[in-house]
Design a protein around this ligand. Structure first.
Ligand code: 3PG
Length: 411
C-alpha cells in the first residue's frame, strides 16, 4: 500500500488476465510516422517483467483525435516486442470480438497491445469525461473490456490528469492497483509538493494552452507558485489579452487551436495576479530566407512565433535563478525546427545552474534536456507534462482519486 493506494505487492496476479493501462504516447516523425523517442515504451520493460506470470492486456493512447500524430499503436507494439523479446502481440481492436479472441488466447508471460483507446469515441467524449467515474464505468468500452479480464493495473501517471473511461472507469468495476512507475512518480512528487522552500516558479510552455491556463489559475490562487513564466501558445493568448499585437499569423494559431475564448479569461488573470505572470517581451520567427529572426512584441512581423527571444530568456533566467523550487512543463518554442530550441534550452540550463529543486515533466522537455546534456542537472524528471505539474499544483488528479476508490480483492 502506498499513500492509500494498492500496489502490485498487495496481490498475487499469477495466471490472471491483467488489463494494464500504460502511457506510451510518443513523439512521431511527421513524415514517416516512426517513433522519435521510445523512452516511455522502454520505461515499461521492468514492470512487464514483474508481470511475467500474468496475461497482460495493454491499453494506451497515442495523441488526440484530429491531430496529425493520432494513429495506431502497431508501431509501439513492435518497439515493445523488440524490447521484451517476442512476447508482445497487437490487435487492431479495443473491445470488439477480435480483441476478445486474442485476450482469450493469451498465455501467462504474453502481452497483447490493444488498439489506440482514443479510437473509441467514448474515451474522449466531453459529455462522458464530465461524468463521475462510476458513470464512466457504464461506457461500452469499460463494460465490455472489463468482462474479458480479472484485474486492472494503472501505471499511466502521465495521463492521470484526464478523467477518461480507461483511466477512471475500470477501477470502479475491477479489483485494481497502481503500477510501479506510478508509485515511484507519486513518491518523488509528494516530496517536492511538501517541501516548504520558496519562492516557487512554474515555467509553462507548449501547445496545450488549456492545461497551462488551468495550472496558472490554480497555482496562483492557492499560493502554490510565486511566479508563472509563460511561453508557447498560452503566452500568445496572454499577450493578446494585454493588448499586444502578436500579428495575424499568431492570432490564427490561437483561433485554429480553439483557444480564442481564453483571451478574456487571460485578461482577468493578469488583473488578478498583477506582477506574478511573466510574459515574453520578444519572440523568434523564421526569416523569409530561412534562419532565426527575433523581434520585440510591439510591431511583431506577420510570422508564426517559434520561440522566445533573447531578452525573454534573460528575464526568465533571472526569475528561475532566484527561485528555490522550479517546475517546468512544455517547450518554450518549436524545438524540433533547427535554431528554435534555444528558449527551451535556456530555461533548462537556468534550472540546472540554479540551486533550486527542479522538476520537469513531459516528453518534449525531457527530449531537449537529453539533447542538451542537461538531464543530470534536473532534480526530478516526471513522466507526464500536464500530470506532473497538476500534481505539483496540489490539484487532485482524477486517475489517482479513482484508484483510491478502487476495490482490492482479486478472485
Ligand atoms: C501526455 O503525453 O501528456 C499524456 O499522454 C496525456 O496526453 P493528452 O494531453 O493528449 O491527454
Amino acid at each position: 500500500m502506498a499513500a492509500g493506494l494498492h500496489t502490485l505487492d498487495d496481490f498475487d496476479l499469477r495466471g490472471k488476465k491483467v488489463l494494464f493501462r500504460a502511457d506510451i504516447n510518443s513523439p512521431l516523425d511527421p513524415v514517416s510516422g516512426g517513433i522519435l523517442d521510445t523512452s516511455r515504451i522502454k520505461g515499461y520493460v521492468k514492470t512487464l517483467e514483474r508481470l511475467k506470470d500474468s496475461k497482460v492486456v495493454l491499453i494506451a493512447h497515442q495523441s488526440r483525435p484530429g491531430k496529425g500524430d493520432f494513429t495506431t499503436l502497431r508501431r509501439h507494439s513492435e518497439v515493445l516486442n523488440s524490447l521484451v523479446k517476442g512476447r508482445v502481440s497487437y490487435v487492431d481492436d479495443v473491445f470488439g470480438s477480435c480483441a476478445k479472441k486474442e485476450i482469450d488466447r493469451l498465455s501467462a508471460g504474453e502481452v497483447l497491445v490493444l488498439e489506440n483507446v482514443r479510437f473509441c469515441s467514448e474515451e474522449t467524449s466531453k459529455m462522458i469525461c464530465k461524468k463521475p467515474p462510476i458513470e464512466q464505468a457504464k461506457t461500452h468500452l469499460v463494460r465490455r473490456l472489463s468482462s474479458y479480464v480479472d484485474f486492472y493495473v494503472n501505471d499511466a501517471f502521465a495521463v492521470s490528469h484526464r478523467a477518461q473511461p480507461s483511466v477512471v472507469g475500470f477501477p470502479m468495476v475491477l479489483p485494481s492497483c497502481i503500477g510501479p512507475s506510478m508509485e515511484r512518480e507519486i513518491t518523488a512528487l509528494t516530496k517536492v509538493l511538501h517541501s516548504k522552500e520558496t519562492p516557487r516558479v512554474f515555467a509553462l510552455g507548449g501547445a496545450k494552452a488549456d492545461d497551462s491556463f488551468l495550472i496558472t489559475k490554480n497555482v496562483l490562487s492557492k499560493g502554490v507558485a510565486d511566479k508563472v513564466l509563460l511561453s508557447g501558445v498560452a503566452a500568445l493568448i496572454f499577450l493578446m489579452a494585454s493588448g499586444k499585437d502578436v500579428g495575424s499569423a499568431n492570432r490564427e494559431v490561437v483561433k485554429d487551436l480553439g483557444y480564442k475564448e481564453l483571451v478574456s479569461e487571460a485578461g482577468e488573470l493578469l488583473n488578478r495576479f498583477k506582477g506574478q505572470i511573466l510574459l515574453p517581451v520578444d519572440l523568434a520567427f523564421e526569416e523569409a530566407g530561412g534562419g532565426r529572426g527575433e523581434s520585440g512584441i510591439d510591431g511583431f512581423p506577420d510570422q508564426k512565433a517559434l520561440d522566445i527571444g533573447a531578452e525573454t530568456m534573460k528575464a526568465f533566467s533571472t526569475a528561475i535563478k532566484g527561485a528555490r523550487v522550479v517546475i517546468a512543463k512544455g517547450p518554450a518554442g518549436v524545438f524540433e525546427i533547427n535554431g528554435f530550441g534555444q528558449g527551451t534550452e535556456s530555461i533548462l540550463k537556468s534550472m540546472g545552474d540554479s540551486k533550486a529543486l527542479s522538476v520537469i515533466g513531459g516528453g518534449h522537455l525531457t527530449t531537449v534536456a537529453k539533447r542538451a546534456g542537461l538531464r543530470d542537472k534536473i532534480s526530478h524528471i516526471g513522466s507526464g507534462g500536464g500530470a506532473t505539474v497538476s500534481f505539483l499544483s496540489d490539484q487532485p488528479l482524477p486517475g489517482i482519486e479513482a484508484m483510491k476508490m478502487a476495490g482490492g480483492d482479486v478472485a
